[in-house]
Design a protein around this ligand. Structure first.
Ligand code: PLP
Length: 438
């Protein structure tokens, strides 16, 4: 039992005085799971964390996705050390950037040209600018519940009805910007069609997480991505895949070449945004697409995008090293095997103690939805039991299992989780359900 978190609590009090909300990203706060102090971690190795009170945890947060090779993986660490010794930022091009660009292009064939940026937010934001520059249109269609970073345009959630002009999710976003975004439900081609029929001539891009990671893990239903691409193109809009989570998460490549499920026909988008895993745990983003579209970007074209830190040798080296690990034989199969065992064990515990639970698993990642119905879109994810998730989260944390503090976030396996970690986690899950049932 890891109940003593006194030092974390002290640090949280201190952090609150100096850092807004005590955290540098709102998703790290415990607001969505009943509040209180988040755990302050001190060190991480492989699939494990140690907090400032000396408690050990099995990590399924994986820093919201990037840490797929586990913490401080020796190959990645060595690459970072080498980069640090050679200088972390030049402000000039380097050969390393070409190497990572080539690796991305080989794995994601729809990208003729790539540009590195510093975060997923930047990558997505720029794909929209490029799409607008290319099509000379302004509106963007997105899907409810898909998160695309925190730039103004994409911080717009669903309105009611099959499609609607957006309402800003965040204060500080002018209505004029929100009115450029149309939100429709995921897995719902009729709504997309209706939106395109209404606004089609003004739509620059249809943007989607092709496999959703932000209202749990949700697969596109058979035909959805094909239909989406076909409809978008019929109306002259570009298709943007936000693969910030999904690139290199399920296999060595992106959703575009992912054919593990028989029904899944991968269609190539016009532009792709990436981040997370491709930086091996250091800040990165990248976007890319067909040559004639990417040539809109400065210095070749009129769409401006720049970055002092972009393509820095440390992030690029970490990214290359991470992809080298992922390219090894059997890496994804092993994560999937462990995750099959883990989800079966968790589901068995929930069933035993009568706790309604739906698990959406895609290879080595999954989400736990406290409900007794399938979750295929955002509305269904919203309907799940937030209090049950919060209770589960806290019982798991007390037993040394670190999950993301939100019912919408996924569990991520890494290459470093072991069968022993999985059995320990299943035991903790059973105990959590037992406590919830009492
Ligand atoms: N797109 C998706 C699908 C994401 O999940 C995220 C972050 O979680 C982003 C974009 C934004 O990336 P970043 O947090 O690196 O800015």
């Amino acid at each position: 039992m890891t109940t003593n978190r006194n030092r974390s609590e002290q640090l949280y009090e201190e952090a609150l005085e100096h850092i807004v909300g005590g955290v540098n990203s709102p998703s790290r706060s415990f607001k969505a799971v009943g509040g209180g102090s988040p755990v302050f971690m001190e060190r991480a190795q492989g699939a494990h964390f140690w907090d400032v009170d000396g408690n050990k945890y099995i990590d399924y947060l994986a820093a919201y996705g990037p840490i797929i090779t586990g913490h401080a993986h020796p190959h990645v660490t060595e690459a970072i050390v080498r980069a640090a010794q050679n200088g972390t930022l030049y402000g000039t091009p380097t050969e390393l950037e070409i190497k990572l660009a080539r690796m991305l292009k080989e794995a994601v064939p729809s990208m003729d040209k790539v540009r590195f940026v510093n975060s997923g937010t930047e990558a997505v934001m720029t794909t929209i600018r490029v799409a607008r520059a290319y099509t000379k249109r302004t509106k963007v269609i997105k899907f409810a519940g898909c998160y695309h970073g925190h730039s103004d345009l994409v911080l717009v959630a669903a309105g009611s009805g099959p499609s609607t002009l957006g309402i800003p999710d965040s204060a500080g976003i002018p209505k004029s910007i929100a009115s450029e975004v149309i939100t429709v439900p995921f897995n719902d081609l009729d709504s997309l069609k209706a939106a395109l029929e209404h606004w089609g001539d003004d739509v620059a891009a249809v943007m989607v997480e092709p496999i959703v990671g932000n209202f749990g893990m949700v697969m596109p239903q058979a035909g959805f991505l094909e239909g989406l691409c076909k409809l978008a193109r019929e109306y002259g809009a570009l298709v943007i895949y936000d693969e910030v989570i999904s690139a290199f998460r399920f296999h060595y490549g992106s959703t575009q070449t992912y054919r593990v499920f028989p029904d899944f026909a991968a269609i190539e988008p016009d532009l792709t945004a990436m981040g997370k895993i491709i930086g091996g745990g250091l800040p990165i983003g990248a976007y890319g697409g067909r040559k004639h579209i990417m040539e809109q970007v400065a210095p070749l074209g009129p769409a401006y995008q720049a970055g002092t830190m972009a393509g820095n040798p440390a992030s690029i080296s970490a990214g290359i090293a991470c992809l080298e690990v992922l390219r090894e034989e059997g890496v994804y199969e092993r994560m999937e095997e462990l995750s099959i065992r883990l989800t079966a064990g968790i589901q068995e515990g929930a069933d035993r103690y009568g706790v309604p639970l739906t698990i959406n698993r895609i290879r080595g990642s999954f989400s736990t939805h406290f409900c007794d119905h399938p979750v295929t879109n955002y509305a269904e994810a919203q309907e799940t039991d937030s209090e049950a998730f919060a209770a589960f989260f806290r019982h798991m944390l007390d037993q040394g299992i670190c999950l993301a503090p939100s019912k919408y976030e996924a569990w991520f396996l890494t290459t470093e989780h072991t069968a022993e970690d999985i059995e320990r986690t299943i035991e903790a899950a059973h105990e959590s359900f037992r406590r919830m049932a009492n």
